[in-house]
Design a protein. Structure first.
Length: 509
């Protein structure tokens, strides 16, 4: 137990000093302000609850359990990689510490980190109850109980899964990051639509059902809908009074059971954990354990694409050279579908899919030199700023244009010039974002995390202010479109300027 707590404490103290943690806290404060200002709302039809202790606590718990598992997962999914990079892991591997102690300690550290974020949001809820309450009666038990009973067990599951993803080799990188966003979106849909309250790991179902039951009793004509919105909403209709959940023994037992599941997941992560043995860091150790060769005698080579010459062509080769056949054929299938489906569907559904598909290719922009240690060669060569950097950006733009070309051409032929401008803004914005974030962070993870979050909240979830590709214009007249392409073009210019400043900083170094 002492070793377990020491691992968790040391890892927690190290990570609360990082910039990523500070950025997360700033985002949390923005989220709290958005809840206070009405930018983040919970609605049942067009109705909301009276701002009393129960509604503020329940609403904040729903917001936290919806968004923090996505953003928080990427904040905490780096603990094993950090120990390996800094050499701490190799030192720990020489001690009697077991793999189960290590993975459980890391999960506990992850939970502590997420717990501080949850505690900050609980303080925001207290402030919201004090400043903006419509009911002066203050009940701290009713306000804070959703954070303790609903949020913390859900965060324990996320903390354990982050360790498991790091311990499994093929989930430790970008593939795991993308897979988590898919699982998160699918899990939300299943929880809201089908899960029974005790079987819901997030705990949100019991809050939603209680709110819906109260709305049915107090609001004639209530249809049973429920939505969490992250964009400005029109003034709500008449509010109803929700006094919170009556916590049953079955629900409390289920929350303890989900905490036990988190412990089992953390212990299970010890099985694939390589314990910082280089021979076990990939798939090769499994093949050797079965008596197979590490490299098969005949292995299918990835598909090599004929690409143009010149510096842009060279950057394009680095971007997508050696691309697997499955990736190419899936992207080609999406492109063909975008060429023949109705334009509204192609723009609102297929274009977001096409511009999510190459996320792992884009994430290498700007950070490839740090990843492979080639910065010394690149930065000492002529044209590292004036030629190579623009070539890297245009290679990313070529990829985005190629994948979205069917939609862009159809917008042009249909005369939807507002949508075409939004499409152009997106084709430029995404590579600029990948280049700037990769160049400044030295890693593709920051782009993967922020882009997945922006992509899901914006185009995929049809939130107009965050729609950088014009997906929310589908089915609307050009003059009625909510997209803001001028903003995203301006953001592209800012990101490119940041890339130039970052490259100049590298050259000076």
């Amino acid at each position: 137990m002492r070793a377990l707590l020491a691992i968790a404490r040391a890892d927690f103290l190290e990570r609360v000093r990082t910039y990523a943690y500070l950025v997360t806290l700033a985002t949390v404060l923005w989220l709290g302000y958005g809840t206070y200002s009405g930018f983040v709302t919970v609605s049942l039809d067009d109705h909301r609850g009276t701002l009393n202790s129960a509604w503020v606590g329940g609403m904040m718990a729903l917001v936290v359990n919806t968004l923090l598992p996505l953003a928080g997962f990427y904040v905490i999914k780096n603990t094993i990689a950090r120990d390996e990079r800094t050499g701490v892991g190799q030192i720990l591997a020489t001690t009697p510490m077991t793999r189960a102690t290590y993975t459980l300690g890391k999960a506990l550290s992850n939970l502590a980190l997420l717990g501080t974020i949850v505690a900050l949001l609980a303080l925001v809820a207290l402030a919201l109850q004090t400043v903006g309450a419509e009911d002066a009666r203050f009940d701290p038990a009713v306000l804070l109980s959703p954070f303790v009973l609903v949020v913390l067990p859900a965060m324990a599951i996320v903390a354990a899964l982050a360790v498991l993803f790091e311990a499994v080799p093929f989930l430790a990188g970008g593939v795991g990051n993308v897979l988590w966003s898919v699982l998160w979106a699918a899990g939300l849909a299943l929880i809201i639509e089908t899960a029974a309250a005790p079987a819901d790991p997030s705990g949100m179902k019991v809050l939603i059902e209680s709110m819906q039951q109260t709305a049915r009793a107090q609001l004639p004509g209530y249809s049973g809908s429920f939505s969490l919105n992250i964009q400005p909403q029109p003034a709500a209709a008449a509010a109803f009074t929700w006094n919170g959940v009556t916590w049953t023994s079955a629900f409390l037992i289920s929350r303890v059971a989900w905490l036990a599941v988190a412990v089992v997941i953390a212990l299970g992560a010890a099985l694939p954990f390589h314990r910082f043995d280089p021979a076990r860091a990939g798939f090769a150790w499994r093949k050797r354990a079965r008596g197979e060769h590490a490299t098969p005698a005949r292995e299918r080579a990835p598909l090599r694409l004929p690409l143009p010459g010149g510096l842009v062509g060279a950057e394009l080769r680095l971007l997508i050279g050696g691309i697997p056949r499955l990736w190419l054929f899936t992207g080609l299938g999406l492109w063909i579908a975008s060429a023949f489906t109705p334009l509204a569907i192609a723009r609102s559904a297929l274009l977001p899919a096409l511009w999510l598909w190459p996320i792992l290719a884009w994430s290498g922009m700007g950070c490839r030199e740090a990843r492979y240690g080639t910065g010394g060669f690149l930065f000492s060569s002529p044209g590292a700023l004036t030629r190579q950097l623009p070539a890297a950006f245009f290679a990313g733009v070529v990829l985005s244009i190629a994948l979205g070309s069917a939609v862009g051409i159809r917008l042009l032929l249909a005369g939807e010039f507002t949508g075409l401008v939004a499409w152009c803004a997106g084709a430029l914005f995404v590579p600029a974002m990948a280049l700037a974030l990769g160049l400044w962070s030295g890693s593709g993870k920051l782009f993967e995390v922020l882009y997945l979050f922006l992509w899901y909240i914006g185009p995929a979830n049809r939130t107009a202010p965050l729609d950088f590709m014009g997906a929310t214009l589908a089915g609307k007249a050009p003059h009625d479109g909510p997209a803001q392409p001028a903003f995203w073009i301006g953001a592209t210019v800012v990101l490119l300027a940041a890339s130039v400043v970052g490259r100049m900083r590298q050259l000076r170094g």
